[in-house]
Design a protein around this ligand. Structure first.
Ligand SMILES: *Cc1c(COP(=O)(O)O)cnc(C)c1O
Length: 489
């Protein structure tokens, strides 16, 4: 049968059966999904998806943190079509290049912070972080310090799913499968104030020179240290780790400006400047994984600009093409670029699709559109602050222990008791209960433990934020009703 005909005549149940029979989804319990059946998404426009039953869903997750310009942008579709006709593929291995890859490299140098003039293209964020591991180790080789090979990252960070990406990441469930992390990766704890700060870190974690935990901070939600003080404490875990490993063995530190998959953990404002200071002090490379926070998500072009860091390397993917086609890469700052170019010889690394012309053409159209629509400024001055107001108002809800946002990333912490932010029993799976209501009500909101998170397309309007907030409130109410009925409170 003609496949086109076959797609049109299939029902949701047909799709689900074929899906369960053949398609192994990422990060999925195959058997339980097969029982339940996938939700089949058939089309999308602007910020709305349509499923195979015709239900309209507000996509508050931008697909998977990537559809920054929203769905259905003709400029991206045209760019891909044009490039597919002109030159669908040529590689960059054989001392060759294609116009879209060159122009994109040029444009990226323009929109990224001034230390970045060079880019290494990959096919995804995970490949970008694999490239980071090879590149920082190569850098130290060239510097004549091959012993500097250890990369420090954070528990509950996410850096992708390849061997190196998953190793850099700090997801214990991922490490438990496949013998990870690979050697030479060390983890420190995450800058999550709700977990550490408000319960007062154990005294052993606080070192001489840490700011005092004064009485004046007690009013800030819990009974522990203030967010700002905690930010410094958490950053100094890096210094402790550097000293424990030995400065002469440490190559780099990598972190997401805001941890995305970890639950939209927004660090205190004091955190990144202190991380920067520590990296400078010991001369180690700072890597900002901007796969989510890049291309306007936080209200600046890159998250490091929002948080006051000056990384040596940046990983990007997702929003670079608004997810229309896969592309990733690494921005290489002058310090590393100089060594690689002037003294490195051949860098033995690359991918078939490094600088794929169609992907680069789409990225070019995407970045130009972000500029034309003024999306970065819009997030910074208009819809970002408007979302923050909406999130602030959620704090009054009985289930909400905390609600915070930065640009167009936000998280709502669901608690059993606002006093002391007491969590629900884990067996309740409160996030998944809430997420179930969201699905049924036509809202894509993701659950990470007890944190409900959003990252809507940057084209979202104020009216659409109102619509989204109304849906979020409704789903919180439905979840609260469940909690009361089932006696979870
Ligand atoms: C998604 C993500 C990655 C991995 O990107 P893929 O394209 O899925 O390989 C890496 N880092 C961060 C911060 C991400 O959110």
């Amino acid at each position: 049968m003609n496949t086109e005909l076959r797609s049109k005549t299939r029902t949701t149940a047909d799709w689900q059966a074929a899906d369960a029979a053949h398609f192994l989804h990422p990060f999925t319990d195959f058997q339980s999904l097969a029982k339940k059946g996938s939700r089949i998404i058939t089309k999308a426009e602007n910020i709305y998806l349509t499923d195979s039953d015709g239900q309209r869903i507000l996509d508050a997750m931008s697909g998977l943190w990537c559809v920054n310009v929203g769905y259905g942008q003709q400029a991206l579709i045209d760019a891909a079509t044009r490039q597919l006709k002109e030159l669908p593929f040529y590689n960059a291995f054989f001392q060759t290049a294609t116009p879209p890859a060159i122009e994109l490299a040029e444009l990226l140098a323009e929109v990224t912070p001034p230390q970045f003039k060079h880019v290494f293209f990959t096919g995804s964020g995970s490949e970008g972080n694999d490239t980071i591991v090879r590149m920082v180790r190569r850098y130290w080789d060239i510097q004549g310090q091959p012993g500097r090979s250890v990369i420090i990252s954070r528990r509950n960070g996410y850096h992708g799913s390849t061997m190196a990406g998953a190793s850099l990441g700090g997801m214990s469930a991922m490490h438990a499968q496949g013998g990870l992390p690979i050697p030479g990766i060390e983890h420190i704890d995450q800058p999550y104030w709700v977990e550490h700060g408000q319960h007062r870190p154990a005294p052993s974690r606080l070192k001489a020179g840490d700011p005092p935990r004064g009485a004046g901070d007690e009013g800030d939600l819990g009974a522990g240290i203030s967010r700002e003080q905690f930010g410094l404490v958490a950053a100094r875990w890096l210094e402790e780790k550097i000293l424990a490993v030995g400065v002469e063995r440490v190559a780099a530190f990598i972190g997401e400006p805001i941890q995305g998959a970890g639950g939209v953990i927004i660090p205190p404002a004091t955190y990144w400047p202190e991380i920067q200071r520590i990296c400078d002090k010991y001369g180690i490379l700072l890597v900002s994984d901007e796969v989510i926070t890049g291309f306007g998500r936080t209200g600046r072009w890159f998250g490091c600009e929002t948080f006051g860091a000056r990384p040596d390397l940046m990983t990007f993917a997702k929003g670079v093409t608004s997810g229309y086609i896969p592309l990733g890469g690494v921005m290489v700052g002058e310090r590393v670029a100089e060594a690689l170019i002037e003294r490195g010889g051949e860098f033995e690394h690359g991918y078939t699709y490094s600088g794929h012309p169609v992907a680069c053409a789409v990225a070019l159209a995407n970045i130009k559109l972000i500029r034309e629509l003024g999306l970065v400024e819009r997030v910074h001055d208009d819809v970002g602050p408007y979302l923050a107001e909406g999130f602030e108002s959620l704090k009054a809800h009985p289930l909400v222990g905390d609600a915070e946002s930065c640009g167009l990333m936000g998280a709502v912490l669901l608690v059993k008791d606002k006093d002391g932010l007491k969590p629900f029993d884990e067996s309740v799976g409160i996030g998944m209960v809430c997420r179930g209501h969201c699905f049924r009500e036509g809202l894509i909101m993701r659950a990470v433990g007890n944190r409900m998170i959003i990252a809507p397309p940057l084209v979202i309007t104020r009216a659409q934020i109102d619509e989204m907030m109304a849906l979020i409130r409704r789903c919180l109410d439905l979840t609260l009703a469940d909690a009361r009925r089932e006696g979870w409170l």
